[in-house]
Unconditional design. Sequence first.
Length: 113
Amino acid sequence: MVVNGKDYTCSEMIGTQCDSAFSEAFSRWGENLDSFTRSKYLGPLVSASNAPLTIGGVTRLGLLACIDSAGNHNSAKFVEDAKQIVPDAPRIDLLPIWFEAQKTLCPDVPFKS
């Protein structure tokens, strides 16, 4: 998939080996990653001047949001799973990624709050 003008594989994009869930998510929603990662609504973990997440990190969390949503889970499950990736992130800072993934990354998945 092309993001910010560069072609990526799933593993290159998220910075770790893609398991089957991430590989499937990358194949299913990867075409939306460019617009998702460029969104101005991803919150302070991405947009602050000292933002801790790289493009790979936000991609990983965005795909995780889509995986959880497609699995009929809500934002609480996403936050629980996201804390495995960014343990120090406040819940309130993870929620913009959840909501923006619903709108731009995987809009075909029924929304859960």
